[in-house]
Write a protein that binds this ligand. Structure first.
Ligand code: HEC
Ligand code: HEC
Ligand code: HEC
Ligand code: HEC
Length: 447
């Protein structure tokens, strides 16, 4: 099973043109959205609240959020897919009984809070419902209907999760899309047939059908972060999760193999007729050696070089050491991975506070493209991240008004070549990708 980018590419292009800017604000860290009672999607979807058939935005929000989620958002089907052919097959291969009753599946495919945190209208079959992202409604339901309380108060006092802020959104989404201690994905589950889970925060924010619009009313109660900020922060927090997972003894795998879910999938899973290995200074490893999935680290190198060079240097050193420790037995992987996780988290906070200028964006794009000339995108996963990086940067430059029509068209043409070069992971060709990345850099205005 695989989830090639091709399935997304058209959607990304469309949303790239039509999509909305992301939103965010770095503030105090609220509690994660699990402790309050989760009242159930039906509670949120009451007619006068978020269950309208169309929108007037009379009360400040669209009010047809339920319809958008139910009809267009894959999160509404997250439980249902467990009952489908693939869900059944995965569960049967693992011998865990029905997937709809397996905690390991429900933790990511539903709002799997403990029984005592489920309200009367709560239904596990609602999948990834409103409160899986926005937090249990127990305390904020009343005050937020009332309308006299500010958004900040709802977040600080009443358990509403700040999905608008980059660091908090990143933590929320990567908890399921990368995995963590309570959302556990393993190579065993992948081996049973689970799709690979590539993730990039800004691209996935764009792909998820928006049930909100960012307009003046929205800006009155929320700060609006740039798309590129979600991209950058998402990279930092994804790497943080991955490194924390590697550091966790619980996930050290079975027998002689480490937990392969943290490794580059295509290093092992690509046809031998398609030779693509290239020397990479950033890993320091020779041919024939599997390495951990460093696609996020490669993006962060490009980001940090521009925004936080010192932090970037120590991150790079950690990444290099971790490659040698995990794949060549030199050093203590747990210790290095913990250091890397801490540095990635620090970088996430720096990026959430940084004001990205158009020169920053240009330089980051050029730095990402450089990874196609030093062997780093000989890995499919890195090329896939680089493509989503280009998309997120070009999108933000365009919404910022930094591109004229011809520059935008030329950049999109280059981006289309990147989509083409990453469409099929099995016959991925790094040379073709490098040529596509070059056409993006050539289309980049120099200002
Ligand atoms: C760490 C979170 C996580 C865990 C654990 C997990 N999944 Fe998933 N699953 C996902 C995500 C995220 C996707 C979507 C990947 C994508 O499209 O990018 C997905 C996709 C799927 C799909 C494909 C859905 C489709 O639309 O085609 C099936 C089927 C599935 N999972 C079944 C399972 C089963 C069965 C289990 C338990 C053995 C399980 N998953 C455990 C996160 C998880
Ligand atoms: C996968 C996570 C996720 C799910 C599931 C989800 N939302 Fe959201 N929601 C978001 C994000 C991200 C935003 C945009 C950031 C923000 O404004 O906080 C948002 C924004 C909103 C807003 C704010 C609009 C505004 O103008 O301020 C409302 C209201 C809302 N969601 C209601 C719902 C309802 C009702 C459901 C269930 C039917 C739901 N959401 C399901 C992630 C989610
Ligand atoms: C509780 C776990 C969970 C959380 C939190 C979560 N997701 Fe998901 N997401 C899933 C699962 C499971 C699927 C696969 C559903 C399916 O295919 O039916 C999915 C699917 C998606 C898809 C569709 C991908 C595709 O293949 O088309 C997008 C886009 C997405 N999520 C974005 C987000 C974003 C953005 C956030 C954070 C605001 C987020 N998700 C938070 C579990 C989660
Ligand atoms: C170090 C090498 C290695 C890495 C890295 C690796 N795998 Fe595997 N994978 C294997 C081996 C070995 C098997 C078992 C093959 C067998 O059963 O004959 C396997 C089996 C699988 C299967 C089942 C194939 C089948 O024919 O049913 C899937 C799917 C899979 N892996 C996905 C992944 C994904 C997704 C990743 C990345 C997150 C990954 N693998 C990373 C070596 C690897």
């Amino acid at each position: 099973m695989s989830r090639p980018r091709g399935r997304h590419s058209l959607m990304i292009l469309v949303t790239l043109l039509l999509g909305l800017a992301g939103v965010g604000q770095a503030q105090t860290m609220p509690a994660p959205p699990v402790t309050d009672i989760h009242l159930g999607v039906a509670t949120c979807a009451g007619g006068p609240c978020h269950g309208a058939a169309s929108t007037t935005k009379k009360n400040g929000v669209l009010q047809n959020e339920y319809l958008t989620w139910q009809v267009h958002d894959k999160h509404a089907k997250a439980y249902t897919v467990l009952e489908g052919d693939l869900g059944k097959r995965i569960a049967a291969n693992l011998g865990i009984g029905p997937a709809t009753e397996a905690k390991v599946c429900l933790d990511c495919h539903a709002d799997n809070v403990p029984a005592e945190a489920r309200g009367v209208q709560f239904k596990i079959s609602d999948g990834v419902g409103c409160e899986a992202c926005h937090g249990g409604g127990q305390r904020y339901l009343g005050p937020h209907v009332d309308g006299h309380i500010t958004h900040a108060e709802l977040v600080n006092n009443d358990g509403l999760y700040p999905t608008d802020r980059p660091v908090e959104r990143a933590k929320l989404c990567v908890s399921c899309h990368v995995g963590d201690d309570t959302h556990v994905i393993t190579h065993k589950i992948m081996g049973a047939g689970h799709p690979r889970m590539p993730f990039e925060l800004q691209t996935f924010t764009q792909i998820e059908p928006a049930h909100y619009v960012i307009d003046d009313v929205y800006r009155q109660h929320k700060a609006v972060a740039k798309g590129v900020q979600f991209w950058a922060v998402g990279q930092a927090l994804a790497l943080e999760r991955l490194a924390t997972g590697i550091a966790n003894d619980k996930h050290q795998g079975n027998g002689v193999f480490p937990e392969l879910v943290f490794f580059d999938c295509q290093a092992c899973h690509h046809p031998m007729s398609n030779l693509r290995w290239q020397k990479r200074a950033s890993t320091g490893l020779g041919p024939g050696i599997p390495h951990f999935n460093d696609a996020n680290a490669i993006m962060l190198r490009a980001i940090a070089a521009k925004v936080a060079p010192d932090l970037g240097k120590s991150l790079d050193a950690d990444v290099h050491e971790l490659h040698l420790a995990l794949s060549a037995g030199e050093g203590n992987p747990g210790e290095i991975a913990r250091r890397l996780a801490a540095n990635a988290q620090k970088l996430g906070d720096v990026l959430a506070a940084h004001d990205f200028t158009k020169a920053d964006m240009r330089d980051m794009l050029l730095a990402v493209a450089k990874s196609s000339t030093n062997g780093d995108t000989s890995d499919y996963a890195a090329a896939e991240q680089a493509t989503m990086a280009f998309a997120s940067i070009i999108y933000t430059l365009n919404t910022d008004g930094a591109l004229d029509a011809s520059a935008y068209a030329a950049l999109k043409a280059g981006l289309n070549q990147c989509y083409g070069a990453t469409e099929k992971e099995d016959n991925y060709d790094p040379v073709k990708f490098a040529a596509a990345a070059k056409s993006v850099t050539q289309a980049m205005p120099s200002w």
